[in-house]
Design a protein around this ligand. Structure first.
Ligand SMILES: CN1CCN(C(=O)c2nonc2N)CC1
Length: 250
């Protein structure tokens, strides 16, 4: 998976993503990250990238030409290397809200381009020309597109084969099957008088797995009834019989 980020602040993106998992994954060749500075594609001596919006209004807009030419520099390289035209994700509050399912879908791509806007946004004409996906990371307004892009790159990278040491953990993290992750414990066995649930010390992996599934269901029902409804609708809710059997385990 090759990530390409179109940005006015390349250092912010590359610095923020060279964390343990992503830094190691890039070193291992599982993913690559390229930042392209949109300002390098301006055609005016002051390297100005923004201008006033037609029709008035507060703030400035990023102009189309530098964004388009910066994108084309990426697309040309991908096509020259035999790749297909990449998906271009414009992060914006006007997009589809990002979730784990979308991350799983995007992790199947070979190339992903992220377009980071600033100011009040980008001229609609270049968005219409190059953007394939409009994505929001939540219903709030940020300063620029770099943080949302980094959030998405982190979430997608974790799902690329070889990036996580123990691939299984991606399988059982929160939101898999619409369930939140179960509570986790580690040493010491007693902390401030609080103990670890006995079942986790039993060594019976089948029982531990069933207990964890039940815990995930209860946690999801309490904290995210919206997710639980989707989970239950898919008919994956534990049967009353299984609950009864687990109850007898204690
Ligand atoms: C131009 N710029 C405006 C602010 N912005 C966001 O608030 C945002 N992006 O993705 N989810 C979000 N929420 C990014 C783009």
């Amino acid at each position: 998976m090759n990530f390409h980020v179109l940005t006015l602040f390349p250092d912010m993106v590359s610095g923020g993503l060279n964390t343990s998992i992503l830094g190691r994954a890039a070193a291992g060749g599982h993913i690559s990250l390229e930042t392209v500075n949109i300002r390098d594609f301006t055609e005016n001596k002051h390297k100005k990238v923004d201008d006033y919006p037609y029709g008035g209004g507060a703030g400035m807009l990023m102009q189309a030409q530098p964004v388009y030419d910066a994108y084309r520099s990426i697309e040309e390289k991908i096509l020259e290397n035999g790749g297909k035209k990449p998906r271009v994700i414009y992060v914006t509050p006007q997009g589809r809200v990002f979730n784990q399912q979308m991350a799983q879908e995007l992790a199947l791509e070979e190339e992903l381009v992220f377009l980071c806007g600033h100011y009040e946004g980008i001229d609609e004409r270049v968005l219409e020309t190059i953007v394939t996906d409009y994505v929001s990371i939540g219903d709030y307004v940020l300063t620029g597109g770099e943080l949302p892009s980094m959030v998405m790159i982190d979430a997608v990278s974790r799902l690329v084969p070889g990036v996580l040491k123990n691939e299984e953990s991606a399988e059982f993290e929160s939101f898999h099957n619409n369930l939140l992750e179960y509570p986790q414990y580690t040493r010491p066995e007693v902390w401030q008088g609080k103990t670890v649930p006995d079942i986790l010390l039993s060594g019976d992996h089948a029982k531990v797995d069933k207990w964890r599934l039940l815990q995930s269901e209860e946690r999801t029902r309490e904290r995210r009834p919206d997710l639980y409804e989707a989970y239950a609708r898919e008919g994956k809710a534990l049967s009353w019989l299984l609950k009864k059997k687990i109850a007898h385990m204690d």
